[in-house]
Design a protein around this ligand. Structure first.
Ligand code: HMG
Ligand code: MG
Length: 299
């Protein structure tokens, strides 16, 4: 359990993609600058998706160009070749394709079946390989689907294996609607790790039912060492009814530090990043740790 952990900060993408309040490109860049400054070197900064599907991510090219001088690894979502071309024009070096373990969510999110989505990703992965671009693979609804209900671990294993065989360097397992519980999360990680090495898996857990930290802990016990989280607990998917934010980066950092795992994050600076984006959004953060630390400051 003391092995190092890598955090992928997804606040500027997953966090902001579901917000009603539009956040300007300049404010998104400033948010990413603060996150990098707080010691989070891997940040998902945008998505090259249809502007009709997710208007919040319009301007992702400007955001990516605006942070490219910073020391960090910047990820962007790419659903198809059109998105790949836009990502390359903006200078993306790491992209993420996103599939689903359930047909209902695949259809709602990217308007195609799981099999069709894999066919769309094939040319993206082939071009990325030729261009020297790293590709991460997301799988949504790994512990339940808002449309299809229960999702069998085997369905997740099959998609994970396919994305791995196509050349994704890491497979991020998304509990999109945050319905998982620790024993199920553990079994899922064990099942997927039978096909994809545990060190190439990531956990992307939304905290809708307050189980995300416990689920992360269970996954860590299975050897998974990459955690996706969002500053302040921002997040949600416009195509996943009822889903709330990602597990909060503050909460993850607090738990890891409490376990003696050095993560290199300056909590004061992270809190400042969260407080500023919360001010822009006009509501307090969801993160328990952020709220506790803000309350302590006022004493
Ligand atoms: P479609 O309608 O089937 O696509 O959408 P299409 O190829 O028929 O094209 C329709 C229109 O979209 C055309 O424009 C295309 O040019 C345009 P029109 O002629 O109507 O003006 N288009 C694009 N524009 C910009 N960039 C592109 C692009 N592709 C087509 N890349 C599509 C299919 C996949 C494009 C659409 O459904 C889409 O963009 N979906 C994205 C949805 C999304 O971003 N969801 C949130 C991210 S996933 C998530 O949050 C889960 C995750 O966090 C993990 C977890 O928590 O589980 C990753
Ligand atoms: Mg997500």
């Amino acid at each position: 359990m003391s092995e190092p952990v890598r955090i992928v900060e997804v606040g500027p993408r997953d966090g902001l993609q579901n917000e009603k309040t539009p956040i300007s490109v300049a404010d998104r860049i400033a948010f990413i600058e603060r996150l990098i400054g707080a010691g989070l070197p891997i940040v998902e900064v945008g998505a090259f998706v249809s502007p009709k599907a997710v208007p919040q991510m319009v301007g992702s090219a400007e955001v990516l160009r605006g942070v490219s001088h910073l020391p960090g690894e910047f990820h962007v979502l790419v659903p198809n070749e059109k998105g790949y071309e836009a990502s390359q024009a903006a200078g993306a070096k790491v992209i993420a394709v996103f599939a689903s373990a359930s047909e209902g969510f695949s259809r709602a999110n990217i308007n195609c079946s799981i099999a069709e989505s894999i066919e769309r990703f094939k040319p993206v992965l082939a071009r990325a390989k030729a261009d020297g671009i790293k590709v991460r693979g997301y799988i949504s609804c790994v512990l339940g689907c808002p449309f299809d209900g229960e999702v069998k671990p085997q369905a997740v294993v099959d998609v994970a294996r396919t994305l791995w065989d196509l050349g994704c360097y890491e497979i991020s397992l998304g509990d999109t609607i945050g319905v998982g519980t620790p024993v199920k999360a553990r079994h899922l990680m064990r099942a997927v790790a039978g096909e994809v090495p545990a060190q190439n898996l990531a956990m992307h857990f939304h905290d809708t039912y307050g189980q995300a930290l416990a689920n992360l802990y269970a996954g860590m016990e299975e050897g998974v060492r990459v955690i996706d989280s969002a500053a302040g607990g921002l997040g949600g998917c416009p195509y996943a009814p009822g889903a709330t934010g990602n597990v909060a980066t503050e909460d993850v950092v607090y738990m890891l530090e409490g376990m003696g795992i050095k993560i290199g994050v300056d909590m004061d600076k992270l809190l400042a990043a969260t407080n500023e984006v919360s001010r822009l959004l006009g509501r307090p953060p969801v993160s328990r740790v952020a709220n506790a630390l803000n309350a302590k400051k006022k004493l």
